[in-house]
Design a protein around this ligand. Structure first.
Ligand SMILES: *Cc1c(COP(=O)(O)O)cnc(C)c1O
Length: 464
């Protein structure tokens, strides 16, 4: 399988290359040259497979020659053997039409583990053959940081520098990052916002002083391998609900548009998907883009669903590219215009293509808490606020009772205990597998939101 950039000017790469690269050198994002196709018979034959075996079948065409099937199977078994539920991502019924797909049974209690546990193993496998270690640099608003650190800690040939905005991640999220003692893990608290941290990381990918001596890799969802791993659970859920003979809709709590884009990929591989519902909080740039064709950056708001407090959704570029018939030159011009004006009016072909598959709904804080109460009082389920945004949207937009709607449960309720307490009065207890986060010593460096200071720190600390 060959991978191309959405902006058309970067080298074509294979799966190994695309896994070890962050942003494409032309500023675009990588996508497979074409979507692998599964026929109805091939999809029917996937029914009943255990999660890790389904993962092998779905991912093999994307991995291509970069790994043998036996190597891929070994990595999937190791990654998903780390989950605390035997089904990896169990499907839970709420009522006759609504289901939850629980994606939070990995080590750091959010869906990011599903992809990052595997990505850590891909890194280790591919880096084994290389001389220089991979230096992973990322910025996190909370969940990506801990999942990435747990995926990379202690692995040979890789080191990770994770930037988080000082004081703006929850205490549980911070401790999940800073109590990891492996020598190849470096946490940096930036005296600034997430956007400051994110902007510095983007700049480092293009910094010739750094890249001359360090191979820099990415763990956020601009990395194609993450999206690929997420395609698997769309198949897993739909197969249990009757695919390919019955269509299913999905409601996805959305921030950077990575998770829901994986649903789009599943549909393009042949999985019968009725609708993909993009669920957002008050930061509703995506809802405005999908409903009104207006992708313009608004003011950023802090909400009870911090992992979705994102204004610019990196992966939306991948959808815009698909929706304009993969015209890289036109897309590059559109993105340049967006970079300067912060607004992007969708072309009519893009609006139509997107409307054919996606719906969008936003949830207010009251609606989010009400969805948590409904899940608890009517269905006996304690859910986290991000999942609740998805469930609110699912219930608001589900019209055809014959089509089951699966809401992706993206975090464990104990990760966001304050919102859970506020909604239903229950103290959500942390599962034993996270250990005693509050007894362990924390390790991090605090730096000003100053590019040179952060770059020099990384450059000095990195092993070469
Ligand atoms: C990251 C995250 C999201 C948003 O996922 P995207 O792929 O960025 O759209 C939603 N919920 C939780 C709990 C998350 O950690």
């Amino acid at each position: 399988m060959r991978y191309v950039s959405t902006r058309g000017q970067a080298p074509v790469l294979d799966f190994e290359g695309v896994t070890l690269t962050g942003l494409a050198s032309d500023g675009g994002l990588y996508l497979p040259q074409e979507w692998p196709q599964f026929s109805r018979e091939e999809i029917a034959a996937l029914r009943g497979l255990p999660y890790s075996e389904l993962a092998v079948r779905i991912m093999a065409p994307f991995v291509g020659e970069s790994l043998t099937e036996a190597e891929l199977r070994d990595l999937c078994q190791r990654a998903y053997g780390n989950f605390s539920h035997a089904a990896t991502t169990p499907l839970v019924q709420l009522d006759e039409q609504h289901w939850l797909l629980e994606l939070f049974h990995g080590p750091t209690l959010a869906f990011k583990d599903v992809a990052l546990q595997l990505l850590g193993l891909f890194f280790e496998t591919f880096l084994d053959k290389r001389e220089r270690p991979l230096t992973i640099i990322g910025a996190t608003s909370g969940d990506t940081g801990s999942a990435a650190i747990h995926a990379v800690a202690g692995r040979e040939n890789a080191q990770i520098f994770m930037l988080h905005p000082e004081g703006r991640v929850s205490e549980i999220q911070r401790r999940q990052m800073t109590t990891v003692s492996a020598a190849n893990v470096h946490n940096i608290a930036i005296a600034g916002s997430f956007d400051d941290a994110q902007a510095m990381v983007k700049r480092m990918f293009a910094d010739e002083v750094l890249t001359a001596t360090l191979d820099i890799g990415a763990v956020n969802s601009i990395n194609w391998a993450r999206l690929m791993a997420q395609v698997v659970y769309y198949f897993y859920a739909a197969l249990q609900l009757g695919a390919p003979d019955r269509k299913v809709s999905f409601s996805v709590p959305t921030g950077n548009f990575g998770d829901v884009f994986a649903g789009y990929v599943a549909a393009h591989m042949g999985l019968p998907v009725e609708r993909l519902i993009v669920a957002t909080n008050k930061n509703d740039i995506l809802a405005r883009a999908i409903r009104d064709g207006d992708y313009s950056v608004g003011e950023s708001h802090a909400t009870i669903t911090p992992s979705m407090d994102i204004q610019v959704s990196s992966n939306f570029e991948r959808l815009l590219f698909e929706a304009n018939g993969r015209d890289a030159a036109a897309l590059a011009a559109q993105m340049d215009e967006f970079a300067s004006s912060k607004t992007l009016p969708l072309e009519s072909v893009q609006r139509e293509a997107i409307a054919a598959m996606f719906s969008a709904e936003r949830a207010t804080p009251e609606e989010t808490l009400a969805a948590m109460r409904w899940a608890h009082e009517s269905c006996g389920e304690v859910i986290d606020p991000h999942t609740a945004v998805g469930l609110h949207a699912a219930r608001a937009l589900a019209t055809d009772a014959a089509v089951p709607v699966v809401t992706l449960a993206t975090a464990h309720p104990a990760k966001f205990p304050d919102a859970v307490k506020q909604a239903i009065g229950i103290e959500a207890a942390l599962p034993a597998r996270v250990g005693d986060l509050f007894a362990l010593e924390e390790r991090f460096e605090t730096l000003p939101a100053d590019y040179d200071a952060v770059r020099d720190y990384i450059s000095a600390k990195a092993t070469r």
